[in-house]
Design a protein. Structure first.
Length: 377
């Protein structure tokens, strides 16, 4: 059904369950109220409806497919007080929408995507489980808090308000999670990830995952300018790479006391002066550690652990006092110089004595050489 005005919307008031989809027509100027409808088996869609300011449904509890709102330039009110279950929420380009009137709160959805809105909180969306989440480019968003227990595909939070906080107190398992431009992240119950976990260009001072034991993909902390502390005391296995790069305030990497295995590359570079990985038993990829500070102690500890049949099996590089610390491959392999003198652990002199060159002054020609030699006897 296509709804073009308030009168069209009133026609479905007596329909408790609407079998099919409802779309709001592009040229609609009325406020649309789908009152009386408790379930829509298909989708509820409004796209490029530039003159509608309010969309509501006082009894709607269930949308079987997609709740899509796109390019609604003056929509300022969404009133769905009983909505609790939606297959997909897909909202984009809602520049006038600042809040939600979702009293019951949406608790079930497979996909959640909210981008380019003026929302300052997601109060009214409190999912228990979800396949994928994308929350991006909501410049006024200050808080993201959900009771999620697991995330089966991916969570991406990026480019929202500078002070946005992300809190997932009940999250125990996820596949992939990526955080960008976030001021704090709370994941106290997270125990494992099948995929990767990444923190990029955030504003947080610390990251703590006290119950995290394994990461099936990569674990990354990159360009978090205020980060001073990473604490993952029970983390034992990172099956992909482990990267800490360009976290300018992070001067000690000591938050992985139980880490045993890194299946990919271990790539640390920045301004740190102390690195402790006391339980490390297996690094199967390259090992790169570079710092602008003196890391002689760290390099002295890890260099004996490198070699094809040793703990560190890939290319080994460790160097301190670098003007521009860089990632894997930016220094010659084998470098082991915590104070930056450029010596290589992969080179050594052969033989028990060095050869000495003999220069004989004034001797020319074969006879001259012979005469000189006899003159020395």
């Amino acid at each position: 059904m296509t709804v073009s005005n308030a009168a069209d919307a009133s026609k479905v008031a007596s329909c408790t369950t609407f079998s099919g989809s409802i779309a709001v027509a592009t040229g609609t100027t009325d406020n649309i109220a789908l009152d009386g409808v408790r379930a829509i088996t298909g989708s509820l869609t409004a796209t490029n409806v530039t003159q509608m300011t309010q969309l509501s449904a006082d009894s709607l509890e269930f949308i079987g497919e997609t709740f899509m709102l796109n390019d609604l330039t003056i929509l300022s009110t969404l009133n769905f007080p009983r909505l609790s279950s939606v297959d997909t929420i897909d909202w984009e380009a809602l520049p006038a929408l600042q809040g939600l009137s979702f009293t019951t709160a949406v608790q079930q959805a497979k996909t959640l995507s909210i981008q380019n809105t003026q929302l300052n909180s997601l109060d009214g969306i409190n999912l228990q489980t979800v396949d994928s989440v994308m929350i991006a480019n909501n410049n006024y968003l200050e808080e993201i808090s959900m009771q999620l227990g697991n995330i089966s595909t991916a969570l991406n939070i990026e480019a929202n308000g500078r002070n946005v906080t992300a809190e997932f107190p009940n999250l125990e398992w996820a596949f992939n999670m990526t955080f960008r431009n976030v001021s704090s992240v709370s994941i106290p119950s997270l125990a494992s990830l099948n995929g990767s976990l990444g923190f990029y260009s955030n504003f947080m001072s610390g990251v703590s995952a006290p119950n995290l034991t394994s990461v099936g993909g990569s674990l990354s902390f990159v360009s978090n300018a205020d980060l001073t502390n990473v604490t993952m005391p029970q983390l034992k296995t990172v099956s992909g790479g482990l990267q800490l790069a360009n976290n300018t305030e992070l001067d000690m990497i000591t938050g992985f006391p139980a880490l045993q295995t890194v299946g990919g590359a271990l790539d640390f570079y920045g301004n740190f002066s102390d690195v402790e990985l006391p339980k490390l038993m297996d690094v199967r990829g390259a090992f790169n550690m570079q710092s602008s500070e003196d890391i002689s102690d760290a390099c002295g500890h890890f260099e004996p652990l490198s070699g094809p049949n040793n703990v560190i099996k890939g290319t080994y590089t460790c160097s301190g006092r670098q003007q521009k610390p860089g990632g894997t491959g930016t220094l010659p392999s084998g470098t082991n110089s915590g104070n930056g003198d450029g010596t290589s652990s992969g080179s050594s002199a052969s033989g028990s004595s060095a050869a000495t060159a003999l220069k004989i002054s004034g001797a020319t020609g074969l006879m001259g050489v012979v005469a000189a030699i006899f003159g020395m006897l």
